[in-house]
Design a protein around this ligand. Structure first.
Ligand SMILES: C[S@@+](CC[C@H](N)C(=O)[O-])C[C@H]1O[C@@H](n2cnc3c(N)ncnc32)[C@H](O)[C@@H]1O
Length: 300
């Protein structure tokens, strides 16, 4: 595979379109990696709660009617649909590598200018310079090569177009009351994602990834989700009690020999305990970056 030099000297094996690429249609462009969460109903319950307001506020000021927008790793597409309403009548496409979640997104969306399709962020099914805005929410943290993904997102963006990327940072999560079993949950999550070649603490690395991929004028901000009232405690604690026992994360934790069903059940009970405590608080920080595609191709 041809390697292309990126602005900071980093090499990527997934940027053949930037350099003098020799076509290698049969060669896989990247190890796609194992997506840690999977799409168990408990995971989708979490993702379907997301809206443009609670998850993409930093991007909203850059949207306008008529802009064409790509949402990469769109999952069940609730954010995609919201973004679609904001740029209508501009075309909005949600792309995800999981065919079943793409089908679900397509079924639930009723926004006329929004469509969904199957696709891999490392090899997006679009021509160069196709969109005014490319958005990714909680996707890069799951990829073994987030810079290669950003280079590919940059390819399909028009010159002057806007990238919006937002990633949580598991190592920065804070909660009360303290519970060693929840500390173990966090350790286990890092162990599983590391085994998958992914970066659970993505929020703090996002600016570097975006700059390395050749974007210009990056602006880094941060924002949080807070769960500290009866309704949100019950929702967050309840869904994690299920996720940690029944989602793909649980399967991988056991398959990799990192945990067992008894420990996962103990973590689930800790989340239920947490949810019932009237003082319980959970805060989730996210890094978010807006950046632009400049005139010059950094690979040229
Ligand atoms: C944490 S979910 C985020 C979904 C959505 N953006 C949201 O915030 O609700 C990550 C999504 O990225 C998708 N994904 C993982 N690897 C991908 C890849 N290589 N190409 C495209 N999508 C990918 C997963 O299938 C999953 O739906």
């Amino acid at each position: 595979m041809e390697k292309a030099s990126l602005p900071d000297g980093t090499s990527s094996a997934h940027t053949a379109h930037m350099a003098d690429a020799r076509p290698e249609p049969e060669a896989p462009r990247t190890p796609t990696g194992q997506y840690t969460h999977g799409h168990h109903p408990s995971v989708l319950r979490s993702h379907e709660w997301r809206t443009a307001e609670n998850s993409a506020g930093y991007l909203l000021g850059r949207l306008a009617p008529g802009l064409e927008l790509l949402d990469v790793g769109c999952g069940p597409g609730t954010i995609t649909a919201d973004l679609g309403r904001r740029v209508a009548p501009g075309r909005v496409v949600g792309v995800d590598s999981a065919a079943e979640v793409v089908a679900r997104a397509a079924e639930s969306s009723d926004v006329a200018n929004v469509s969904f399709q199957h696709g891999d962020v490392y090899a997006l099914p679009f021509d160069d310079d196709s969109f005014d805005v490319v958005h990714a929410h909680q996707v890069l943290q799951h990829l073994p090569d987030p810079v290669a993904a950003l280079v590919e997102m940059r390819r399909v963006l028009r010159v002057g177009g806007v990238l919006g990327a937002r990633e949580g940072d598991f190592g920065g999560f804070m909660w009360a009351p303290a519970d060693p079993v929840l500390d173990r949950w966090m350790e286990l999550y890092h162990q599983v994602t590391a085994r998958n070649g992914a970066e659970a603490d993505a929020g703090r690395h996002l600016l570097r990834w975006v700059r390395t991929a050749g974007f210009i004028q990056p602006v880094m901000t941060s924002s949080t989700w807070t769960f500290a009232d009866p309704e949100t405690r019950s929702w967050w604690g309840g869904l994690w009690a299920e996720r940690v026992q029944f989602s793909a994360l649980a399967e991988q934790a056991v398959d990799y020999g990192l945990s067992d069903p008894d420990e996962l059940a103990e973590i689930a009970r800790a989340f239920c305990r947490w949810a019932e405590d009237p003082d319980a608080t959970f805060v989730i920080p996210h890094g978010e970056v807006l950046a632009t595609k400049g005139e010059a191709d950094p690979g040229a």
